[in-house]
Design a protein around this ligand. Structure first.
Ligand SMILES: [Zn+2]
Length: 300
């Protein structure tokens, strides 16, 4: 008996790299999780190869899907505009390098954006299952969205139909508001910096203090929730989704913040039918990236 065949999914996020495999019967197996090294492409590629080799020890990997926090240009190269992963100009094949898997010969390596992968995973296996228009919002290190319509991820003309977090913020009631983008206010690092100062990355202290009634923390979270609500209202009125699935580390890990934002979104949505849209947390948690990557590879 040879090793059973499987499709590997690799999730390369802003803070972690996770690998798992999807089996032919639709079940899946987690392989491992390692930290992302900011800006160091070789180190991140080495982590991907190590985790894939571990998958290859048990399974015959016939294809690999890569979920990345960036998009791929028309030549199949990562844009990585912020150089966060360190893969600007790299191809997916560059990332896999000499990984000694069967897939090296098959060439079945495909990359997609993490929001698109999360959307596909939640539509296929999670909280957006079966919906005709599933809007997935990824809130964590960054803020982005993706829509699955009629079973397909809407990618846009340049693979960029997800950068809604880069939009300028709506005018809010806070007189001191001066952020350049919605992401600069609502993401995890943005919450951390607004409370603890430049360089802070972990939003847990501000969220915990807000929950415990510390006024300064509450103001930071209330302000971000207002902008997140306005952002969600804009997306809902643009797409008229059947369900909005909120994922990402912050999206699933900060229920008070997200629930405030959803209340604000419902107040701001002007269309009566759209204001009733269900908002639901992602069901697949931290697995949605690699599962979506494997599903992307499975769909070719
Ligand atoms: Zn503001």
């Amino acid at each position: 008996m040879g090793r059973p065949t499987a499709i590997a999914g690799v999730d390369v996020g802003g803070t972690k790299i996770a690998v798992g495999v999807l089996h032919a019967d639709g079940t899946s197996t987690r392989i491992g999780v390692e930290p992302t090294v900011r800006g160091t492409g070789e180190a991140n590629a080495a982590t991907v190869r190590t985790l894939l080799r571990r998958a290859c020890d048990t399974f015959a990997i016939v294809a690999v899907g890569l979920s990345v926090t960036t998009t791929v240009d028309g030549d199949g190269r990562f844009r990585d505009l912020t150089s966060w992963i360190g893969w600007r100009g790299w191809t997916p094949a560059d990332v896999l390098g000499d990984t000694p898997c069967e897939l090296r010969d098959s060439g079945s390596v495909i990359a997609a954006n993490d929001a698109a992968c999360g959307a596909l995973a939640e539509w296929s296996l999670g909280a957006g299952r079966g919906a005709n228009d599933t809007l997935f919002v990824s809130l964590g290190t960054g803020l982005s969205h993706s829509l699955v319509h009629d079973g397909r991820v809407l990618t846009g003309a340049h693979g960029g139909a997800l950068f809604s977090g880069y939009a300028p913020p709506a005018r809010c009631p806070w007189p001191t508001c001066e952020a350049g983008t919605v992401e600069d206010i609502c993401s995890g690092p943005a919450l951390a910096e607004a409370y603890q100062g430049p360089g802070a990355r972990d939003a847990r202290p501000v969220l915990d203090d807000a929950r415990d009634g510390v006024p300064a923390a509450g103001d930071v979270v209330d302000h971000a929730a207002w902008h997140l609500g306005a952002y969600l209202a804009g997306l809902v009125q643009s797409y008229d989704p059947e369900v909005v699935v909120i994922g990402g580390g912050l999206g699933t890990g900060a229920p008070g913040y997200v629930e405030s934002a959803v209340r604000i979104a419902r107040d701001l949505i002007r269309l009566p039918f759209a204001s009733r849209v269900p908002f639901t947390p992602a069901a697949l948690g931290a697995d949605s990236g690699w599962l979506g990557a494997a599903l992307t590879a499975a769909h070719g």
